[in-house]
Design a protein around this ligand. Structure first.
Ligand code: IPD
Ligand code: CA
Length: 297
């Protein structure tokens, strides 16, 4: 295969992200025709579908030989991530926020080669914030009216000490019963509880409502950790590239696995730091204890 110009791919993804942002902003959230997928907390709108149609049309007409995986056209059991160059797209990540006009939603545009996140573009149109990354070339944020800034935002990130100094991103997801929900509830409580009560007494836990934005914030160094099970490759592919280019690491959201896969559905991201990343992963895994999330890939 001829070598792929990653800068051109990124430029195309940025242009697509801006067009998608325009579509999201002209949809009036309170009048959105929203429906549900799996249950009443798993929302989808006409905008999710219209944006994905626009994105797949533009990306595949520019690169007809590449694969495309999108949240709204994914077919369980049939769509699989392969080693082919693949666009992995969530047209609206943070759909619940979008429906409520809560300003934390974005388009997440990832590109993988050999299943490795290679280009990532995340765009929050409401705040006009654009996060970008190319494997081996660093990652950046461009904020409304501002310059393009290299990630992480701090030139010299602080060492990571332990969980008690961390701001954690974590999400409830849409499964609200069974083993996965029970484990999440237990871990949330243990992270927040005081040391006297056996907890980690973290600074706090943020439920931003978009896995892609969580990863962007960890890449930027604004959150120290992001832990989630249940989200999908399209939620994390772009953010994963942006995170690792900012010096962050990705381990599995289930203890013991340092080499998680993009479509593995269990993620633990830690920000860039001169020391302490591995120890934070191990401390998180200790909090999780014997529990295991069992989302099917
Ligand atoms: C969801 C968001 C949310 C996460 C869910 C995802 P969607 O994506 O990223 O933060 O908790 O697991 O499915 O439905 O808004 O595209
Ligand atoms: Ca979505």
């Amino acid at each position: 295969m001829a070598s792929i110009n990653l800068q051109e791919i990124q430029d195309l993804l940025i242009s697509v992200a801006h067009e998608a942002g325009g579509m999201m902003l002209t949809a009036t959230p309170s009048h959105l025709n929203s429906g549900t997928k799996k249950n009443s907390a798993d929302l989808v709108t006409e905008t999710d579908r219209a944006v994905e149609k626009m994105v797949s049309t533009r990306l595949l007409s520019a690169h007809p030989t590449f694969s495309f995986i999108g949240e709204e056209t994914y077919v369980p059991g049939e769509t699989h991530l392969t080693s082919a160059p693949t666009f992995i797209v969530d047209p609206v990540d943070g759909t619940t926020n979008f429906v409520h006009a809560f300003p934390a939603f974005c388009i997440s545009l990832g590109f993988t080669i050999d299943k490795i996140p290679t280009v990532g573009v995340i765009y929050n149109p409401f705040l006009d914030e654009l996060y970008t990354g190319i494997k081996g070339q660093g990652s950046f944020v461009t904020r409304k009216g501002g310059e393009k800034e290299k990630l992480p935002l701090r030139k010299e990130p602080e060492p990571l000490v332990d969980l008690s100094t961390c701001l954690i991103g974590a999400e409830w997801g849409s499964d609200r019963s069974g083993n996965n929900f029970n484990l999440k509830s237990k871990v949330f409580t243990k992270l927040a509880a005081s040391k006297e009560d056996g907890g980690a007494m973290v600074h706090s836990i943020r439920c931003v409502g978009s896995a892609a934005l969580n990863l962007a914030y960890v890449a930027a160094g604004q959150q120290d950790v992001f832990w989630e099970g249940g989200c999908w490759a399209w939620d994390v592919a772009a953010g994963w590239c942006i995170l690792t280019e900012a010096g962050g690491i990705m381990a599995s959201g289930n203890p013991g696995d340092w080499q998680p896969t993009v479509d593995g559905r269990k993620y633990l991201a830690v920000r860039g730091a001169p020391s302490g990343q591995k120890e934070i992963v191990e401390e998180m895994w200790k909090v999780i204890g014997d529990g295991r999330m069992d989302y099917e890939s």
